[in-house]
Design a protein around this ligand. Structure first.
Ligand SMILES: NC(=O)c1ccc[n+]([C@@H]2O[C@H](COP(=O)([O-])OP(=O)(O)OC[C@H]3O[C@@H](n4cnc5c(N)ncnc54)[C@H](OP(=O)(O)O)[C@@H]3O)[C@@H](O)[C@H]2O)c1
Ligand SMILES: [Zn+2]
Ligand SMILES: [Zn+2]
Length: 386
């Protein structure tokens, strides 16, 4: 079996003051364990979470330098002795989670994305993230920190890099008819939107609204339509209308229009909020468009708290607010099958990976100038000298 190099290479950030100044550097991957899969990375999507992380919006950098990126596609180079699902040469993907305990009730019920051995303070996942998480020997809850030769803690590092080393539970096989640059963003943006839509019972007859047509939101339009719902895009950017309709929206509503919500009172069974600035929203207006017992579900994770609400605000339609964290492997496989069988294609901008390419990608995302996801490509030239 071909092996990965002892150190991996990546485009890294040293401080959140210089959040778009990437430099190419080396890092030590986790120690190769029995269930690990070594991957030669081919491309990586650029997620809003990468920007929150490197700008310090969610708190200080967990480790510096840090290599972000959790929408990774690549080719398997070698597998550990206990790996059952993969062999060298397979095309695979990795999303935003690379560890869990594998033993708790959540892990045993296809809810490993809710394993309690991963969450630190609030929304910040400390023990399981694809980048910025400290590894433990043998899994997330072993209590034995994984150290390098010099005795330093080994941290997870992401996919703006040459290689990945990941437990097979968090590696997904990619169907042949999905190109890598489209499959990359499915690993986080795709899964994070597929999981709550599926769990909400999205199907023909249901009315679903998607708020914030960015990386996550544009996948949500594809999936909601693919699952058979009547879909409405709610966007604060009028220019996104035509593409939202192409992606699967039946209706487009510009949320800067005065009184936009009035004709939509009591309409939606489920609102999936993929926007990043919910702290600035008039949430009561959004909630007023929910049908009786409808849910306003957040996958967008803004830097600031949600607007204050009164318990009374949920009374007029018996509505609820919820949220979710990525998705499970079971859901990832289902999502890939749906995309493959229905020929669902996201809208992707490709940028060659380099110090300048990474800078351009995160700066475009920060100013809402991406239609609708960037995938960093050209890894052969940057890393593999092919
Ligand atoms: N829960 C999870 O597991 C999970 C996983 C991945 C990412 N996330 C989070 O999901 C969020 C979205 O990520 P993304 O990669 O999709 O980002 P993105 O591409 O920047 O999309 C965010 C969208 O939010 C809307 N928006 C931005 N500024 C706004 C404002 N001032 N007012 C109203 N709407 C605004 C925009 O849509 P319109 O122009 O259409 O309004 C924008 O396209 C981020 O917070 C990210 O960290 C969560
Ligand atoms: Zn992400
Ligand atoms: Zn667990």
């Amino acid at each position: 079996m071909a092996s990965a190099p002892e150190q991996f290479e990546g485009f890294m950030i040293h401080s959140s003051e210089k959040w778009s100044d990437f430099t190419k550097g080396k890092f030590t991957p986790k120690i190769f364990e029995d269930y690990d899969v070594d991957i030669e990375n081919e491309c990586c999507g650029v997620c809003g979470s990468d920007v929150h992380t490197i700008t310090g919006g969610w708190g200080d950098l967990a480790v510096s330098p840090i290599c972000v990126g959790h929408e990774i596609i690549g080719k398997v180079l070698r597998v550990g002795p206990k790996v059952k699902g993969f062999k060298p040469g397979d095309r695979v993907g990795v999303g935003a989670q690379v560890q869990s305990c594998m033993k708790c009730p959540q892990c045993k019920s296809d809810n490993e994305n809710y394993c309690p051995h991963q969450f630190g303070n609030g929304y910040r996942a400390d023990l399981a993230d694809t980048y910025g998480a400290p590894y433990n020997v043998g899994g997330a809850d072993s209590g034995k920190p994984m150290k390098d030769r010099d005795g330093n803690q080994i941290w997870s590092q992401g996919g703006y890099s040459s290689h990945s080393r990941v437990h097979e539970q968090f590696v997904f096989p990619i169907p042949d008819n999905i190109p890598s640059y489209e499959a990359g963003p499915m690993m986080c943006a795709g899964l994070t939107t597929y999981s709550p839509l599926r769990r909400a019972g999205t199907e023909p007859g249901k009315k679903v609204a998607i708020v914030g047509i960015g990386g996550l939101g544009h996948f949500a339009l594809l999936w909601a339509k693919g699952l058979g719902a009547e879909v409405t895009a709610l966007s604060h950017t009028a220019g996104k209308k035509e593409e939202a309709l192409k992606l699967g929206a039946d209706h487009f509503v510009f949320t800067k229009d005065k009184d936009w919500a009035k004709p939509l009172a009591f309409t939606f069974d489920f609102i999936l909020n993929c926007a990043d600035m919910t702290n600035e929203f008039d949430l009561k207006t959004y909630m007023s468009t929910l049908a009786v017992n409808g849910t306003f579900h957040n996958v967008g994770l803004p830097d600031k708290p949600l607007p204050e609400m009164m318990a009374q605000d949920f009374a007029p339609n018996g509505s609820s607010i919820g949220g979710s964290h990525i998705g499970s492997k079971k859901e990832a496989l289902e999502m890939l099958k749906l995309a493959s069988e229905k020929g669902l294609h996201p809208m992707i901008e490709q940028i060659d990976i380099s110090e300048a390419g990474c800078k351009k990608a995160v700066e475009k995302l920060k100013i809402n100038d991406v239609r609708y996801r960037i995938t960093l490509v050209g890894f052969d030239k940057a890393f593999h000298k092919k």
